[in-house]
Design a protein. Structure first.
Length: 132
């Protein structure tokens, strides 16, 4: 499914849009917002979910590198580069109302199916999400 994300002005004109290309359907995260007003969306290309985070900025949104791009990546989904927070989910780990993004991987030793999940927590530092 070919998709775009749009934000509209009150008069119905387009304020901002982003070409997502042919990725899995994007849906709102649960929860969709945190106390900072950041907007969280998710999509899943079939193996692991990904998180998109958007913050209102002049004339549109800052995505902190979380949006898939049209960069040509031969092994990416449909030749596209995934966003920064692939294999990820959100959680308010410290109960302050600000969502953290948790990315994960597996060391695959002795194999991926039986190896433990390794989580990395990304916290908002006032400017961007940094590894905790």
């Amino acid at each position: 499914v070919y998709q775009n994300l749009f934000a509209f002005r009150e008069d119905g004109s387009i304020l901002w849009d982003h070409d997502l290309g042919c990725i899995a359907p994007v849906r709102t995260n649960e929860p969709a917002f945190d106390v900072l007003g950041h907007i969280f969306l998710t999509y899943d290309i079939g193996r692991d979910p990904a998180v998109i985070v958007l913050a209102p900025a002049n004339g549109g949104f800052d995505d902190f590198g979380s949006l898939p791009t049209d960069v040509d990546v031969p092994d990416g989904p449909n030749g596209r580069e995934l966003g920064y927070f692939y294999a990820a989910f959100t959680e308010d780990t410290d109960a302050d109302g600000v969502l953290e993004i948790i990315t994960y991987t597996y060391d695959c030793i002795p194999d991926c199916a039986s190896s433990p999940r390794i989580n990395t927590v990304w916290r908002w530092n006032g400017s961007y999400y940094s590894e905790a």
